[in-house]
Design a protein around this ligand. Structure first.
Ligand code: UDP
Ligand code: MG
Length: 341
């Protein structure tokens, strides 16, 4: 960990590591070979996600020889997404590249991705056009997941599962990753309003170690997809989702019960043993529950936005002078995207 004091770091390469002892030396060498020719100050951040093999020892050894290397070591296994978030939190680069440490992503693709950033894009997503993984339990579920994510998030990419991504610091700063969220980075970033481009990248078969995932990941991805969809559309006003459903359910229940009352009063029908009565009451109760859930969710969402001082918008640029560009005290501390000069 040593860059000349004060020299700004142009690039942070971040990779999560879980039991990759054999790949690591090759990984660090390949990164160095790909980036050193660019002649920019950079750092490699490896996040040890509670590895049970000799990964940490290997990284410690590498760090003593490679000055660009930073190793962040977790106390236990928190998962790939948490590891990526930690990498982001500890990174200092003006640009950030995320990738796997298992050599499946090719560091030689990095310069091309940086070029795309130079062209003015904020986020470059890798597309494993010719993916080298098993078909039945990896590529097939991932094809389905890709279609699903593409339809629900309305950001059309071919490959959401590819970790290899490059982005500007301003985009990286806005990411809060948890669960299986790292594959929704384009969707989350899109909400902020960034320019996204997809770039076909090289994908290689796993040379060392084994994959850490099975088919179970698909289910977790789908659950997270629901969260992302919700966050994207209704986080600002959850009452509009729950309230609408609550009103619909409550009204229907009310009408059902009204019908029954009508029957009782005018036709003297016995309604005590009618399944319809149960349905009517159920719909009313569910309606009330949904409405109150909407209220609670609204309060929670307010707390979420206000505690993080997150405005409900993101500014790309301000033209002319305003409180935020002059040295007046702006009403709210802005943390958002870089104005494009
Ligand atoms: N990984 C991690 N924590 C985990 C599982 C995986 O940090 O709990 C890392 C792993 O070391 C690798 C990357 O995440 O660098 C991708 O994992 P893997 O190659 O097993 O996934 P696949 O490529 O098979 O989808
Ligand atoms: Mg892999």
């Amino acid at each position: 960990m040593s860059t000349a004091a004060g020299a700004p770091i142009a690039l942070s390469v971040i990779a999560p590591v879980y039991n990759e002892e054999e790949s690591l030396p090759h990984f660090v060498r390949e990164i160095t070979e790909a980036i050193a020719p660019l002649g920019i100050p950079y750092e490699i951040i490896l996040v040890d996600d509670g590895s049970k093999d000799r990964s940490l020892a290997v990284m410690t050894d590498l760090a003593s020889r490679v000055p660009e290397l930073v190793v962040v070591s977790f106390r236990r296994n928190f998962g790939q997404t948490a590891a990526l978030q930690a990498g982001l939190d500890y990174s200092r680069g003006q640009r950030v590249v995320l990738m796997d440490a298992d050599l499946q992503n090719d560091p030689a693709d990095i310069p091309r991705m940086l070029q795309k950033l130079d062209e003015g894009f904020d986020l470059v997503a890798g597309w494993r056009k010719d993916r080298k993984d098993a078909f039945i339990n990896r590529r097939l579920p991932s094809m389905i997941a890709n279609r699903l994510i593409s339809m629900t998030t309305k950001v059309s990419l071919h490959d959401y599962g590819c970790t290899l991504k490059a982005m500007t610091r301003e985009v990286a700063k806005e990411l809060r990753l948890y669960g299986e969220m790292h594959r929704f980075i384009p969707a989350v970033a899109n909400w902020v309003g960034v320019r996204i481009v997809e770039l076909p990248v090289n994908h290689r078969a796993r040379q060392f170690g084994t994959t850490k995932y099975g088919i179970g990941r698909t289910i977790r991805v789908v659950l997270d997809l629901i969260t992302v969809r919700f966050m994207q559309t209704y986080l600002v006003r959850p009452m509009q989702v729950f309230g609408l459903a609550g009103i619909a359910s409550g009204t229907l229940g009310f009408l059902v019960c009204l019908f029954l009352v009508f029957e009782k009063l005018f036709f003297a029908e016995d309604i005590g043993n009618r399944p319809l009565l149960l349905l009517g009451i159920l719909l009313i109760v569910v309606g009330v529950q949904l409405l109150s859930l909407g209220l609670v969710a609204d309060v929670v969402s307010r707390t979420y936005h206000e505690s993080q001082n997150k405005p409900p918008y993101y500014v790309r640029t301000v033209i002319g002078s305003s409180a935020a560009t002059e040295q007046l005290e702006p009403l709210r501390a802005q943390s958002t995207l870089r104005p494009i000069a």
